[in-house]
Design a protein around this ligand. Structure first.
Ligand SMILES: NC(=O)c1ccc[n+]([C@@H]2O[C@H](COP(=O)([O-])OP(=O)(O)OC[C@H]3O[C@@H](n4cnc5c(N)ncnc54)[C@H](OP(=O)(O)O)[C@@H]3O)[C@@H](O)[C@H]2O)c1
Length: 222
C-alpha cells in the first residue's frame, strides 16, 4: 500500500478522502499549513478508525513523506500551496481535487486562464510531476460515513496512463466508481461540472448531488 499525502487534509474534502483511504489500509499523511492542526486531524481519524496509519505534518512534510500527493485546498490557495511543495513533489503523482471556484458566484462556471486548475498545476510543477485530476464532483458529505458505498462516478483525467490508473484505484478505495476521462485537458469538464452540482444542490435543497455515466461496465478494469 502506498503512502498518500493529503495536502489541505484538515478540510472537508481532504479529511473525508483521508478517512476512506485510511480505512482501506493506505498509510496517510495529513498536510496543513499548521503541523499541529494536521496532527490533531490525524489523531481524530486514528480514533475513528482503530488500527489505521495516519500521521500529520505541514504540507511540505506531507509532500515529502508520500508517494502520491492529493491536493484539497480552495482555489485561492492552489498556486501558493503548489509553490510550497513543488520541490517535494518532483518524480511523484499529484492528484488535484481543486475546483476553480471564484466566490461569491460559485454556482456559475468560471474558469482560470489555463482553462483548468489541473492544467495550471501541471504547468507550475513541470513535467517531472504526473498531475492527474479527480474527485471534483464528489461531495464531502458522501465521504463522511466511511462504511457507506458511494453511488457516484469520479472522472479521472491525466496525460500519463499509469498515473491515471493509480488514481482510478484510489477512487475505488474510497468506495466510488472511477472512470478514465482522458487527457488532463479534459479536467475542464469535471471542474466546470462542480458549479452545476452546486447549483443543483441549492435548487433541490441537498448537498450530495453527483454524476453517474451510463453505458459503461459497473466495475471497469482500472
Ligand atoms: N467540499 C466538497 O464537497 C468538495 C467536493 C469536491 C471538490 N472540492 C474541492 O476540494 C478543495 C477543498 O475543498 P474543501 O471543502 O475541503 O475546502 P476547505 O475545507 O475550505 O479547505 C481545505 C483546507 O485547505 C486549507 N486552506 C484553506 N484556506 C487556505 C488558504 N488561504 N491558504 C492555504 N491553505 C488553505 C485549510 O487547511 P489548513 O488551514 O490546515 O492549512 C483547509 O482545511 C476545493 O478546491 C474544493 O472546490 C470540495
Amino acid at each position: 500500500m502506498k503512502t498518500i499525502g493529503v495536502l489541505g487534509g484538515t478540510g472537508h474534502e481532504g479529511k473525508g478522502l483521508a478517512m476512506r483511504w485510511a480505512k482501506a489500509g493506505y498509510k496517510v499523511v495529513i498536510g496543513s499549513r499548521d503541523a499541529e492542526r494536521a496532527k490533531a486531524t490525524a489523531q481524530a481519524i486514528r480514533e475513528m478508525i482503530p488500527g489505521s496509519s495516519v500521521e500529520g505534518s505541514d504540507n511540505r512534510g506531507a509532500a515529502t513523506a508520500c508517494e502520491i500527493a492529493v491536493l484539497t485546498v480552495p482555489y485561492a490557495a492552489h498556486k501558493g500551496t503548489l509553490e510550497d511543495v513543488k520541490a517535494a513533489l518532483q518524480g511523484k503523482i499529484l492528484v488535484d481535487v481543486t475546483v476553480p471556484l471564484m466566490p461569491p458566484k460559485v454556482a456559475r462556471v468560471q474558469l482560470p486562464p489555463e482553462d483548468s486548475a489541473a492544467v495550471a498545476a501541471q504547468n507550475l510543477l513541470g513535467p517531472e510531476v504526473k498531475v492527474v485530476s479527480a474527485f471534483q464532483n464528489l461531495s464531502s458529505h458522501l465521504l463522511e460515513h466511511v462504511d457507506t458505498p458511494i453511488d457516484c462516478d469520479v472522472l479521472v483525467c491525466g496525460d500519463d496512463k499509469d498515473a491515471r490508473a493509480e488514481a482510478v484505484a484510489l477512487v475505488k478505495a474510497v468506495g466510488a466508481r472511477g472512470l478514465h476521462g482522458g487527457s488532463l485537458a479534459n479536467s475542464v469538464a469535471s471542474e466546470a461540472l462542480t458549479s452545476v452540482l452546486i447549483f443543483i444542490n441549492n435548487r433541490y435543497k441537498t448537498n450530495t448531488a453527483g454524476i453517474k455515466f451510463t453505458g459503461v461496465p459497473d466495475d471497469p478494469v482500472a
